[in-house]
Design a protein around this ligand. Structure first.
Ligand SMILES: [Zn+2]
Length: 388
């Protein structure tokens, strides 16, 4: 259907986001006729997606009937799949968590056993929330690897052996609803909107073993032509004369080969620190160890030089750091801020916020829920719901 400015999906979005609270405000916002708006609002009420509640203030004449989004019209399943654990939640259509459960897994066991476990956990949270599979409107799944978004299939994921091209949506067939699968960074980026409020243009940078970036444009994930937008880990960074680091992708001096979690561990071991994991380095830095602190701050500076270019290009409201290395907090942010504010244009940097995620454990689940909700309530889906 045509994406007119007063389609049912658009009207629903205006009410959901609080931009309009009555038919009159929808008319004023969209420029559509009163009759058109009234007819579509009636359809949305009949489809149980909008409800009338109370009366607003009159500006002369009869006070308007207020409209509100019926967030209990259905529920979504949110699955945050990690390398060693999975979290499953059921939320209402405003991403309010109704029940949630976490469980250890080993992603390398492959899709069969892992998704069977997810299925068991999904049944558990639905039962806890007093819901049935028929109540589920959509499923959102975040996975730790690249995904062909339109098909819900991982694409050569380096840390998910056995998952390449596996049709993840097929594991949720019992729910007979749309299933959306995306990489964890994009999903967390959506979740940060839910955690951090109404920022519309946002970069969420995950610094774990690798480095990736979720790009939110005008409140939506930007995926690019092939779905690989935000893969900043392989941007070239200049190194001192004579220093060359070969990246796992085969190129030299990629950002993640210089400043990712693996690089941090390698450099800490080379400096003689008693560490066996990136987490050890982050912990030493937290305890005030000078060598670790300097390594983390240097990683921040290197990441900051790349982010400075992104800030000039994209002019985000906010950059949120997440992932294992981001747990280092202050020294990492200090290095990043130093580079970003030195190299960004004043206009782009003027009101830029750079922070560490306030809810790194929640953003994956919240983002998966928001992805499912956005998919369920997009133009075409709302059109279909009304047609039924
Ligand atoms: Zn690379």
């Amino acid at each position: 259907m045509a994406q007119t400015s007063a389609s049912a999906g658009t009207l629903l979005r205006h009410v959901r986001t609080g931009r309009a609270r009555s038919r009159a405000e929808l008319v004023a916002l969209t420029g559509a006729s009163r009759n058109t708006v009234s007819a579509r609002v009636d359809q949305l009420i009949a489809a149980n997606l909008l409800e009338e509640g109370g009366r607003g203030w009159s500006t002369g004449g009869r006070p308007p009937t207020l409209l509100q989004f019926n967030s209990r019209a259905g529920c979504v399943l949110a699955v945050d799949l990690g390398v060693t654990s999975v979290d499953v939640a059921v939320t209402d259509l405003s991403a309010q968590i109704l029940a949630t459960v976490g469980h250890p897994i080993d992603i390398a066991e492959g899709p069969g056993p892992v998704l069977a476990e997810v299925d068991r956990l999904a049944r558990q949270v639905l039962a806890e929330a007093g819901l049935t599979p028929a109540d589920v409107c959509a499923v959102g799944v975040g996975v730790p690897g690249p995904v062909e978004f339109s098909a819900g299939r991982p694409s050569h994921p380096p840390i998910m052996p056995g998952w390449h091209d596996y049709p993840i949506p097929s594991a949720f067939g019992r729910y007979e609803c749309p299933v959306y699968v995306d990489n964890d960074v994009n999903v967390m980026a959506l979740g940060e909107i839910g955690v951090g409020g109404s920022v519309q243009d946002l970069l969420v940078v995950k610094v774990g073993t690798g480095i990736g970036c979720g790009v939110i444009v005008d409140g939506r994930v930007y995926r690019g032509a092939q779905g690989s937008a935000g893969d900043i880990g392989h941007i070239y960074v200049a190194q001192p004369e004579g220093r060359t680091v070969v990246c796992r992708c085969g190129n030299e001096n990629c950002l993640e080969a210089i400043a990712g979690g693996g690089a941090l561990l390698r450099d800490a071991v080379a400096a003689g620190l008693p560490v066996t994991s990136t987490r050890d380095v982050v912990q030493l830095a937290a305890q005030g160890d000078g060598v670790s602190l300097e390594l983390v701050r240097n990683a921040g500076r290197t990441i900051g030089t790349v982010l400075a270019a992104l800030v000039n290009f994209f002019n985000p409201h906010r950059i949120v750091m997440t992932g294992g290395v981001a747990q280092a907090g202050v020294p990492l942010l200090a290095g990043i801020r130093e580079a970003v504010y030195r190299r960004s244009l004043p206009l782009a940097a003027r009101s830029l916020e750079i922070t560490v995620s306030e809810a790194p454990d929640l953003s994956g689940r919240l983002g998966a829920a928001l992805m499912a909700i956005e998919g369920f309530l997009d133009e075409d889906s709302v059109h279909q719901a009304i047609a039924r």
